[in-house]
Write a protein that binds this ligand. Structure first.
Ligand code: NHR
Ligand code: GAR
Length: 223
């Protein structure tokens, strides 16, 4: 990210695969003037992703790049990188993007790509996180925003929020509770980056130039 981010809105490309509620939360926060950023494109690997409609409704260019049209992961990632770079983004936001990205792709955007994952990382990397947290009998669950590195769901954490697990919870009810938190922490993390407060240096997240503390990483509502 360059020095210009403080004066110009951060240019963001959002990658999605599905309903795009996290995309919507980010669109809403930008519209309300909370986040000095502009979503310059939304790209989905699935043509039926409802998030594409959300983008169109917000006047954001929306494109489909189907992984099924490519023979290999590497070929897909090369095409995806070419599409993304047409928009000259400062930041790539993975918002329910369900394709693992190759090391080369990730290294190209290192420090400029973030993901939201539905667990309290480092617990439950990968898929089916709500079910796994329930089966483990955990007292709490949550979500994490992290910089993307080649290690799947293993990049340095920017922000986390937790929810209690109740005896009556199902994977679906738990997912709903976690979603509420996702829609809070993802725009907050993007705001910090857009304002130049958060950045990745080597393997560390810096907050106002210092290694981010546990306390800063734990989300608290503004009011
Ligand atoms: N890529 C890298 N290199 N590093 C990360 O941390 C990444 C990433 C790509 C996506 C999101 C991630 C999540 O938050 C993410 C983080 C997809 C899968 C997966 O197994 C796993 C983790 C994540 C996203 N995808 C299957 C695949 O073969 C496809 C599953 C499907 O299509 O439903 O790519 O959890
Ligand atoms: C979110 O819960 C996000 O954390 C999760 O997918 C959902 C997307 O919802 N991401 C992953 O599981 C990544 N593998 P959305 O499309 O409504 O934003």
């Amino acid at each position: 990210m360059s020095e210009s981010v403080t004066s110009n809105p951060l240019r963001i490309v959002v990658l999605i695969s599905g309903s795009g509620t996290n995309l919507q939360a980010l669109i809403d926060q930008i519209h309300q003037g909370e986040v000095p950023a502009r979503i310059v494109a939304v790209i989905s690997n699935r043509a039926d992703a409802y998030g594409l409609r959300r983008a169109e409704q917000a006047g954001i260019p929306a494109r489909v790049l189907s992984h099924r049209d490519y023979a290999s992961r590497e070929a897909y990632d090369t095409a995806l990188q070419a599409q993304i770079n047409e928009y000259r983004p400062d930041l790539i936001v993975l918002a329910g993007f369900m394709r693992i990205l190759s090391d080369e792709f990730v290294r190209h955007y290192q420090g400029r790509m973030i993901n939201i994952h539905p667990s309290l990382l480092p617990r439950y990397k990968g898929l089916n996180t709500h079910q796994r947290a329930l089966e483990a009998g955990d007292p709490e669950h949550g979500c994490s925003v992290h910089f993307v590195t080649p290690e799947l769901d293993g990049g340095p954490i920017i922000l986390q929020a937790s929810v209690p697990i109740d005896a009556s919870d199902t994977p679906e009810s738990l997912a709903q509770k976690v979603h509420v938190q996702e829609h809070r922490i993802y725009p907050q993390a993007v705001e910090w980056i857009a304002r130049g407060r958060v950045r990745l240096e080597d393997d560390n997240v810096l907050f106002d130039g210092q290694p981010i503390s546990e306390q800063q990483r734990r989300y608290r509502a503004k009011n």
